[in-house]
Write a protein that binds this ligand. Sequence first.
Ligand code: HEM
Length: 221
Amino acid sequence: MGLNSSSIGRKVAMALSGLFLVFFLGQHFVINFSSVVSPETFNSWSHFMGTNGLVQFLLQPILIIGVVFHFVMGVILEVQNRKARAVNYVSFKGNTNSTWASRNMIISGLVILAFLGLHFYDFWVPEMVYKYIESNPEAPTRYYEELVHKFESHVRVILYVLAFILLMFHLWHGFASSFQSIGFNNKYSKALIGFTKFYAIFIPLGFIFIALYHHFNQILP
Ligand code: HEM
């Protein structure tokens, strides 16, 4: 069963949307990590991102479309692969040369999707309502308090941390395999794969640190 052009096209589109989201995660981590280092910096960066026209009306819609596209295509490819596997059951040696992370991308993906549902409810929707529904006056120093307040609840922190652990598995396989899917295979591949594995651990661990830092910073005397 050869891979036809449309399924190759889907895999490349999936890989490119994945690489875009990996880039978003990096900048999202830097902005939110600033809340641990300097609340003033976090407020000024959040205010810039929150009031800059290019970010709000071009990059943010592209991001949301990228997130939706990546998940929809993820489900389409999973269904396609399961159909192919059912046909080739006899010769499929599934578990022998694949990791848990690679066999369960749909599981880690769906957990991240569930996280984004909670996360949008926590941060993005209130932000959109504050700015575009209630059209409140700009308050450049409000972001830090709003962020910290969200990490008071230990239930939210536990859910976030669990999601970040699944994000680690998703990135561990997804980031490296995206480069394979777009055919990036040359003398730099080994170093690049090494970087993708470092990133897959460092960024989610960083998000876990941010959540735990703001939580314990509030509950410990
Ligand atoms: C402790 C970790 C995190 C913190 C503190 C955090 C904080 C925030 C905040 C404050 C916003 C609202 C930004 C705005 O629209 O003004 C936001 C939006 C968003 N976050 Fe996070 N985030 C975290 C982790 C993540 C992770 C792991 C993902 C992806 C898997 C993610 C994806 C998004 C997306 C897609 C948006 C909406 C787009 C945007 O407005 O930037 N976040 N987050």
